[in-house]
Design a protein around this ligand. Structure first.
Ligand SMILES: [Zn+2]
Length: 666
């Protein structure tokens, strides 16, 4: 009996699917523009809009201006114009900003109107090489994948039926053409990024049920880079230089995207193994991994490219919707609340190509990056490093906002990540306004209130993720504690009335974790805390011949950073740290700078005198003790018995920082 069952299961997993098969998905997006950011998240989006997103065509006219190939011009015809709109368009609808919408509309309409009889679309002419302009063959599959993501979001905001017809014609063209001109025919980027193409094809499949779309996805899976094999059968994630960091951040979702239509467990296992291996071999407390630009291990002075930050977030957002896996949501918050805010200036006018988990001097120099771009890769600038990030960074915050709440298959709502916001949706014929009032991630209390017409009620499930770190989480409805049940989701199925309130209380105690050379991170809730360093910012002019922008910011340390923690064996690590909450700053709409941080963690630290600057970075990481109770040796270079008071602030509030600290005995 049991064997027969297993056989049937095995058979089902290998049989090709027929007809309009239902995809394996847990959640669906709300219409784009439904979720409105409040508090710090609104401020963040507005700063991004005013700093870099609204006027990138004026900041970077030579590439995303009038000459861009995706507006019919003779200029850049690769990814950079579409990258920008992939973030500008969702921002336009989320902020309900008419001038941004108009800007996005031009690109959408040009793309729709460019479709040829064959179904192909986009630039058609090949121009000679030109400095600063990116061109591959105009037929390359890759930049079209970004445009497909734009059009999918546009449909999700406007329900413009033209998008569905357009996509159907293009995917039929792709289905016909891929056998002769496979994904890697022009460049290899399309092979690594096939998952993005597949996501949109499967999205259309949900709308049309056209079987050829599943065949197309099988083809994309076959022709694309075999991430499943890479993660399960090779040790490449643990080796250096095996894959480009953005290709990995973007491509790692492919097995899960494909799992939607071919639900074999190995696709899920592959991505889980990738994350476990990345944690060991490349991981940082900020949620990212070392890759500058090839994989470069987990030494906290290696670089993290901004493109890989926003692409990893997008991959996680898509995988959360497909699987409902709360672990992916924990990971998404770790990146969004730590790595992302740290890599741009407060006014979003400058960003870093590479950030470091331990970053004590942002100076012109090679540091220890694989690729150095005239030694500008770590500078806070406009075009320092390589220009992809200037164009691609826009998607980070808008898509995070769009993914705060989902609709569920049983007619309810699910909150998988948290930030202040509000929205109105129709549940079973009743307009319900949900308001999420919170200072999260600085504070762990989330108040969610429901309002609807007074005599109406709605019976529907509301589901909430309990973060994995929130061991003492309490969920209340109108003040009454609710049973938590198993797992990290709490689903409240009840009849909701006007004025009902859900309170999520996620107590945030300080905890530590281990990283490179057994260094420790200090964490509280979803935030990593880093050493607050006095920073000196100097604006340095650039030679126009360098084509890296007019200037950059050099940031150097004006206070010591070579601290280690020293716990006595009898003291729990948590008791070493004191949390100070500034309740006035907590009420502000901007947290993300050293002076605006509402939370400070104080502690006493030892100094390691011979841990010094080396080539612009923190020198070799001092060894840490592993198990303090059985350790008999000494870290001989710490400051004897002397302690110094130190302040830690959220990683996302820092520009210079230590986020991985040695742990010593003496
Ligand atoms: Zn980039």
């Amino acid at each position: 009996m049991c064997r027969l069952f297993l056989f049937m299961v095995a058979l089902l997993t290998v049989l090709p699917s027929v007809g309009a098969q239902e995809l394996n998905r847990t959640y669906e997006e709300l219409l784009l523009g439904t979720v409105k950011p409040d508090g710090w998240l609104r401020e963040m989006l507005q700063r991004q809009r005013d700093g870099v997103t609204a006027d990138l065509d004026k900041i970077y006219p030579q590439v995303v201006g009038e000459r861009n190939g995706w507006l019919g011009g003779d200029g850049d015809q690769w990814e950079r114009g579409p990258y920008w709109i992939d973030g500008l368009l969702p921002m336009a609808y989320i902020l309900d900003d008419p001038s941004l919408k108009a800007k996005a509309q031009r690109w959408v309409e040009w793309a729709l109107a460019s479709q040829q009889e064959s179904g192909q679309f986009g630039p058609v002419k090949d121009y000679p090489k030109e400095a600063g302009i990116q061109r591959t063959n105009s037929e390359d599959w890759w930049p079209r994948m970004v445009v497909l993501k734009i059009l999918q979001q546009y449909y999700n905001a406007t329900s413009d039926e033209k998008v569905l017809t357009f996509m159907d014609r293009y995917f039929r063209y792709q289905h016909r053409t891929l056998p002769q001109k496979p994904l890697g025919h022009w460049t290899r980027w399309a092979e690594f990024r096939a998952g993005d193409n597949m996501l949109v094809a499967l999205w259309l499949y949900q709308k049309t049920g056209e079987k050829y779309l599943l065949e197309l996805c099988d083809m994309l899976h076959e022709q694309g880079w075999d991430f499943t094999h890479m993660f399960l059968e090779t040790t490449q994630i643990g080796e250096l230089s095996t894959i480009h960091c953005v290709n990995l951040a973007q491509g790692l979702k492919e097995p899960v995207v494909y799992w939607q239509m071919r639900p074999e467990q190995r696709y899920r296992n592959a991505v889980d193994k990738c994350f476990r291996d990345l944690r060991v071999h490349g991981g940082y407390p900020n949620g990212m991994f070392g890759g500058d630009e090839a994989l470069h291990g987990n030494n906290p002075v290696q670089g993290v490219e901004l493109c890989s930050v926003v692409e990893m977030m997008y991959s996680l957002e898509e995988m959360i919707k497909i699987t409902g896996d709360t672990g992916y949501a924990d990971h998404l918050e770790r990146i969004a609340f730590n790595a992302l805010p740290a890599q741009t200036t407060d006014d979003f006018k400058e960003h870093q190509y590479f950030q470091q988990a331990n970053q004590v001097s942002i100076t012109r120099g090679p540091h220890n990056f694989d690729i150095v771009y005239d030694d500008t890769a770590s500078l806070m600038g406009v075009l320092c490093g390589y220009p992809c990030c200037l164009c691609n960074l826009h998607q980070g915050w808008p898509k995070f906002t769009q993914n705060l709440w989902y609709s569920t298959k049983d007619g309810g709502l699910a909150a998988m990540t948290y930030a202040p916001c509000h929205f109105t949706v129709n549940l079973q014929g009743v307009d319900v306004t949900v308001t999420e009032d919170t200072c999260y991630p600085m504070d762990g209390i989330i108040n969610i209130s429901l309002s609807m017409p007074k005599r109406k009620s709605v019976t529907a499930p509301l589901a909430f993720r309990i973060p994995d770190w929130a061991e003492e989480a309490v969920v209340k409805v109108n003040g009454e504690v609710q049973p938590r049940g198993e797992g990290n989701m709490v689903t409240l199925l009840r009849t909701w009335r006007n004025g009902d309130a859900v309170t999520l209380d996620f107590p945030m105690s300080v905890r530590t974790d281990r990283w490179y050379e057994n260094a420790i991170s200090v964490e509280r809730g979803p935030l990593v805390y880093a050493l607050k360093i006095d920073e000196k910012w100097e604006k340095i002019e650039l030679d126009p011949k360098e084509k890296k922008g007019d200037y950059y910011w050099q940031v150097t340390a004006q206070s010591p950073w070579n601290y280690a923690f020293r716990f006595k064996a009898s003291i729990e690590p948590q008791k070493h740290f004191t949390v100070k909450v500034d309740s006035l700053k907590l009420q502000n709409d901007w947290y993300w700078s050293a002076q605006d941080s509402p939370i400070t963690i104080t502690a006493e630290a030892a100094k390691i005198e011979d841990w010094t600057l080396y080539n612009g970075d923190t020198g070799p990481m001092p060894f840490s003790i592993k198990r303090q109770r059985i350790y008999n040796g000494r870290s001989s270079h710490s400051s004897g018995g002397k302690f110094y008071p130190v302040e830690l602030i959220p990683y996302g509030c820092t520009t210079l920082r230590i986020s991985e600290f040695p742990l010593v005995t003496r």
